[in-house]
Write a protein that binds this ligand. Structure first.
Ligand code: CAA
Length: 257
């Protein structure tokens, strides 16, 4: 099991737990996340989901780079489409989903947090989309949702530089709703906020989420482009170099081919 859950007061709290890889999303974690979201949709006892990372160091440090490194272009396209579809299910879920971000939320981890309805963070949280360091682009909706949350200029800066930002910077940009000092305070805040939300009408909750999301429904083309271009990058020499460099713990040398 890579996702640990607690259930109390109709609220499901799920901790992604793959400590050796900073909770990176490999195929197994991804399947478990998919099952978790299906359960959230169908189980009437669950009124809301809090997603967090196990331990103090990471929320999720991205898609698993060792798995990415051996992908063909076709596999990369399939992976991006599957990730986008699951993250859309989270975004469109009629029940509230809060990301409680403790530590690194990078690449697919930042994208997962952005697919949730509300993001809370502890002081040690770090956000970023460092895919360009691997010679690839975000593939799980990051190019679209980061733009929606922080605007086009800052998105381009973050995607092109791969810079990581602190919880406080993320809050100043509107990427994070609230920041607290410790992991314990983070879970307490997420739980009390979720309790407040789920005390309200489930119909009104679902309709608010749908109304807000429908305002962005025209942006479908951006997601399709992202998946195709993610896959196109996976076919390059630079992608092989970027992923090999990460695995070999050395700086990459890109050639533009
Ligand atoms: N995939 C696989 N393994 C990962 C990982 C990832 N995304 N992130 C970290 N790990 C592993 C490391 O390889 C390392 O394993 P070993 O002990 O076996 O060497 C272990 O987790 C601990 O990591 P570090 O030793 O690197 O820890 P650190 O504190 O020095 O650095 C970090 C932490 C800055 C997060 C660094 O691990 C890092 O840069 N990770 C990669 C982040 C990244 O590029 N994420 C994007 C992935 S691509 C993506 O997500 C595409 C998409 O949009 C779908």
């Amino acid at each position: 099991m890579n996702i640990l859950t607690d259930f109390a007061d109709n609220i499901l709290t799920a901790r992604i737990s793959r400590p050796k890889a900073l909770n990176a999303l490999n195929a197994e974690v991804f399947d478990e996340l998919d099952e978790l979201i299906q359960k959230l949709y169908r189980d009437d006892q669950i009124r809301g989901l809090i997603l967090t990372g196990d331990g103090d160091k990471a929320f999720v440090a991205g898609a698993d780079i060792k798995e990415l490194a051996v992908m063909s272009q076709q596999q990369a396209l399939k992976m991006a489409k599957r990730g986008q579809s699951l993250f859309k299910k989270i975004e469109n879920c009629p029940k509230p989903v809060i990301a409680a971000v403790n530590g690194f939320a990078l690449g697919g981890g930042c994208e997962l947090a952005m697919a949730c309805h509300i993001r809370l963070a502890s002081e040690n949280a770090k956000f970023g989309q460092p895919e360009i360091n691997l010679g690839i682009i975000p593939g799980y909706g990051g190019t679209q949702r980061l733009t929606q949350l922080v605007g086009r200029g800052k998105t381009l800066e973050l995607l092109l530089t791969a810079d990581q930002i602190s919880a406080q910077e993320a809050k100043a940009l509107g990427l994070v709703n609230q920041v607290v000092a410790t992991r314990e305070e983070l879970i307490n805040l997420a739980t009390s906020m979720m309790k407040k939300i789920v005390s309200k009408s489930p119909v009104a909750i679902a309709n608010i989420i749908k109304s807000v999301n429908d305002g962005f429904a025209f942006e479908i083309a951006g997601y399709a482009a992202e998946a195709e271009l993610f896959a196109a990058c996976a076919a390059t020499e630079d992608f092989k170099e970027g992923t090999s460099a990460f695995i070999e713990k050395r700086p990459p040398v890109f050639k533009g081919i």
